[in-house]
Design a protein around this ligand. Structure first.
Ligand code: PNS
Length: 162
């Protein structure tokens, strides 16, 4: 049976760290659905549709990767796509507690869906969308952390604090 995994996240914006997980996930699973999901704890800079558009452009060469969005409960989305795997990236030990809690909560709600973790390349282990937005706001060069199709719209949206 072909494996189909869902890789959810805020992706606000997508970084080289996320792209690294997408590439790794596309080698592990037959199909990978990368899904912009709603994290009520965050106030996003980009709309879900903007994030989806940017991510489609960046992943079009990966034939088994699709980009989508999910506005409700993640496990309902996973089931609606006939998938049974949630993929999440881990950068460091400090990610573990949050990921552990989310994986167990998702499993309690839906016992047939497993969460699988892939380690991010050490090159990207310290980057996060939040840090990149903060650095960009203070005028830092963020080209090491995000592709040009993210940097342009991000700099326009965020402005630079003088
Ligand atoms: O990139 P993030 O912000 O760490 O991703 C978190 C996300 C979006 C995957 C999580 O908040 C989520 O799954 N949201 C969808 C709504 C949902 O199902 N919430 C319960 C999760 S236990």
């Amino acid at each position: 049976m072909a494996s189909r995994a869902v890789y959810p996240g805020s992706f606000d914006p997508i970084t080289y760290g996320h792209l690294d997980i997408i590439q790794r996930g596309s080698r592990v699973f037959d199909e990978l659905l990368v899904v912009v999901a709603d994290n009520p704890a965050k106030k996003p800079l980009f709309s879900m549709v903007e994030r989806v558009d940017i991510m489609k452009g960046l992943t079009k060469k990966l034939k088994n990767v699709k980009i989508d969005l999910c506005e409700g409960l993640l496990v309902d989305y996973v089931r609606s796509k006939k998938a049974n795997i949630i993929l999440r990236g881990i950068r460091s030990f400090s990610d573990f507690e949050y990921e552990f809690q989310m994986a167990l909560a998702n499993r309690a709600i839906s016992a047939d869906i497993e969460t699988v973790f892939i380690m991010t390349s050490e090159k990207y282990s310290y980057i996060s969308s939040r840090l990149i937005k903060e650095a960009a706001g203070f005028g830092a060069d963020i080209s090491k952390f995000v592709p040009e199709s993210v940097r342009g719209p991000l700099m326009k949206r965020i402005g630079v604090r003088k």
